[in-house]
Design a protein around this ligand. Structure first.
Ligand SMILES: *Cc1c(COP(=O)(O)O)cnc(C)c1O
Length: 394
């Protein structure tokens, strides 16, 4: 098998920080890809919510390669067009006022944390510096975003960790009110906890949280790294609740496969960071931004409506499958609960063998297909899943 030499080299030279699935992927188009030995897979992962338009979308490839052959990078000491275009579109479509760019979700969240702390210095002479996140959240793997991540398992081995974080039970407004004090500068939350198991926040909770933060001048940071850029059927998942966050972080789906992160700043914090307060060598890279412009142009209302329709269709079909006890999530961010005794890891492994790429999120099977996945690919993938699940139905 051609892939075997790659697997051997990976094992020999790459630090074993990933538990890789048994496939050496080689090329793809849309939501279909192939390994080095020509085996076909239907992709329900989009590279963990990254490939918004699937593999090698024509328009995206064109936008990226045109920019690539013009100017691949220049430092942030100069103006370029692509990052300003992304900034303009993001502001116009989010109701936010300013943007700065990073290269990943963790970095975007680090940036958001810096903005919140600086706000505490500007407005409250540093008396406010505490950030509350939610239990079971995921915000990244840098030292500070690990600390922000509300899961005990991430708070070991890499200490000392920074101070100034506390954790409130998701969905429990009383717990949050008890933890918010005179030192609290911000609350950071995902509207649907992704890595935590595709766990949506309740609408009433989100609304109460937003008005509580507003009353107390506590900044509301919404981590849209996984939920953003059309993934849930709205450009930003917070739009479902009619709220306006103070800070929004983006990454995964924004670049369509190239590394990019962004921090959107609302009115309160638009003027918080100044020259020399922050920066990034690669942040706002022209090639990544050219891809992002294409993605944002494509994701219009009709596109988002299709994402919602596909999500409903998949949910309806999966709910009726054997061994399935429930489906959570929205749009094309879905979590499938399995009957007792079945692990998500086992189903995902068997599905891959049968030609369907899936993810896990804790005990659930997680689906994050490309937003452009065709009906044919959806049905092909669901047929495979149904077959895999049926084998466990006794
Ligand atoms: C993936 C993810 C991150 C981290 O993004 P990286 O690009 O891996 O650093 C942060 N927050 C959420 C909600 C995520 O899903």
């Amino acid at each position: 098998m051609k892939g075997d030499t790659v697997k051997a080299a990976d094992k020999q030279y790459l630090a074993p920080i990933y538990n890789r699935f048994d496939a050496v992927l080689d090329h793809g188009k849309g939501a279909t890809c192939y390994d080095m030995d020509g085996k076909e897979y239907i992709d329900f992962t989009a590279g963990i919510g990254v490939n918004s338009l699937g593999f090698c979308d024509d328009g995206w490839v064109k936008a990226v390669t045109e920019q690539l052959s013009k100017l691949q990078h220049t430092s942030n000491l100069y103006y370029t067009q692509p990052d300003t275009q992304v900034g303009q579109i993001l502001c116009q479509r989010s109701g936010m006022e300013k943007v700065f760019f990073a290269n990943s979700g963790a970095e975007a969240n680090e940036g958001a944390i810096k903005v919140a702390r600086k706000y505490g210095v500007d407005r409250y002479e540093g008396r406010r510096n505490k950030i509350i996140t939610l239990v079971n959240s995921f915000h990244g793997r840098t030292i500070t975003t690990l600390t922000a991540t509300g899961q005990e398992g991430f708070h070991k081995n890499f200490g000392p960790f920074p101070q100034g974080f506390d954790y409130a039970i998701a969905g429990d407004m009383e717990d949050l009110k008890n933890k918010a004090d005179d030192a609290t500068v911000a609350v950071m939350a995902e509207m649907i906890q992704g890595e935590g198991g595709v766990v949506p926040l309740q609408e009433s909770y989100v609304k109460e949280l937003a008005s509580f933060c507003k009353e107390r001048d506590i900044l509301l940071i919404v981590d849209e790294v996984q939920t953003g850029i059309g993934r849930t059927g709205k450009l930003f998942s917070y739009e479902y609740f009619g709220i306006q966050p103070d800070i929004v972080t983006l990454a995964k789906g924004l670049g369509g496969g190239l590394p990019i992160g962004a921090v959107l700043l609302g009115g309160k914090v638009a003027d918080t960071l100044h020259y020399s307060d922050h920066g990034s060598t690669f942040g706002g890279n022209p090639v990544a931004c050219a891809g992002a412009v294409e993605i944002l142009k494509r994701i219009d209302e009709a596109f988002l409506d299709e994402v919602r329709q596909k999500g409903i269709y998949i949910t309806d079909r999966v709910r009726k499958m054997p061994c399935v006890t429930g489906v959570t999530g929205r749009g094309l961010m879905l979590g499938v609960s399995l009957k007792e005794g079945l692990t998500s890891g086992q189903i995902v492994k068997e599905a891959l063998e049968a030609g369907l790429m899936l993810l896990t999120a804790k005990a659930k099977v997680r689906m994050l297909p490309p937003l452009t996945i065709s009906d044919e690919e959806i049905n092909k993938g669901l047929d495979i899943l149904e077959k895999v699940l049926s084998a466990h139905n006794q």
